[in-house]
Design a protein around this ligand. Structure first.
Ligand code: PLP
Length: 308
């Protein structure tokens, strides 16, 4: 008996769909939270809309207009409030995605796109309280190449990171820290941007190039650090410079929020930061970011969208 033959049903994607054949797809990830004022608040939704539009254009798709993106996310939230956890239990994660769902056999943009949004409740990232993670620098694997699509959440960027992450985890690390293809400059961790507090008291962030996702969390933490009075530097950062000059390291992302990095292992040597413990400035940045997201602190940059 062979494999079952499926009819071309509208619940199944077309076998010649541009996304599953050629990776013509882009997605976003953002969260909504129940706040201390009893609201449901989305964080910086417009930035996700514009990032997905940039990615769609690069992948040969007509971008979803920002107002349609925002409306679709908010409507998905409104239809699923029962699934938005209480603040102590976690957040709601929203996944807008656009892909070339129509059939195309030659390598060319798909004649039809699908834009959809789904949501799922997610637990707190730090289950037993905030703790520092260990990262492994890879000189073997790279995330993205210049001129390609590392700057957006193209679907094809993620599968190549699965085996490296699995191998790193098998060795006891939380993730890979990726370098540029010259194995010199820090790019980012699997799905989070890199930053550190220098021994000079400045806060450093990696300047996104075409190979690095321009993270909304990283941009927010940079603004918060400036609001706290820190001098911030956003630049390409050599791994050696970070290893020698960092007092506290962290990575940032919608999922990771701010995750302290206790150590980075490179060529068999582990470099510890703040004795492998959560650093005080990292903890402060985390408190301020999550404080704004949960309306514990004022939203003075207008980052929140409250669900009606
Ligand atoms: N880098 C990559 C590759 C990601 O997938 C993500 C997650 O979206 C980030 C960084 C962090 O970006 P953001 O803060 O916008 O979630």
């Amino acid at each position: 008996m062979g494999l079952p033959l499926y009819p071309f049903d509208k619940t199944l994607e077309h076998p010649a769909a541009g996304d599953t054949n050629y990776g013509q797809g882009v997605f976003e990830g953002l969260k909504a939270r129940r706040t201390e004022r009893g609201n449901i608040a989305f964080f910086r939704i417009r930035d996700n809309a514009s990032r997905m539009a940039q990615g769609a254009k690069r992948l040969g798709m007509i971008p979803v207009p920002e107002n349609i993106f925002i409306d679709a996310v908010l409507r998905t939230g409104a239809a699923n409030t029962d699934y938005i956890p209480e603040a102590k239990d976690g957040d709601a994660y929203f996944r807008p995605k656009q892909s070339g769902s129509g059939p195309i056999v030659g390598v060319a943009p798909s004649p039809e796109n699908t834009f959809e949004v789904f949501m799922t409740p997610v637990g707190p990232y730090f289950k037993g309280g905030m703790s520092a993670v260990s990262l492994l620098v890879s000189e073997e694997y790279h995330r993205a190449a210049a001129g390609n699509v590392g700057f957006c959440k193209a679907i094809g960027n993620y599968a190549p990171g699965m085996i490296p992450a699995k191998e790193a985890k098998a060795q006891g690390f939380a993730e890979i820290l990726y370098l540029d293809t010259n194995n010199n400059l820090i790019e980012e961790a699997g799905a989070a941007n890199f930053g550190f507090v220098g021994k000079d008291g400045k806060v450093y962030f990696v300047q996104p190039s075409g190979t690095i996702l321009d993270g909304i969390t990283s941009r927010s933490v940079e603004q918060i650090a400036q609001d706290m009075g820190f001098e911030t530097i956003r630049d390409r950062i050599a791994l050696d410079f970070a290893l020698q000059n960092a007092a506290e390291c962290f990575c940032m992302g919608t999922a990771a929020v701010i995750s302290p990095i206790g150590s980075i292992t490179h060529r068999g040597t582990a470099y510890d930061f703040n004795h492998g413990e959560v650093g005080p400035i990292t903890a402060d940045l985390y408190d301020r970011l999550t404080g704004i997201q949960t309306e514990r602190y004022p939203d003075k940059h207008g980052w929140l969208t409250i669900l009606d």
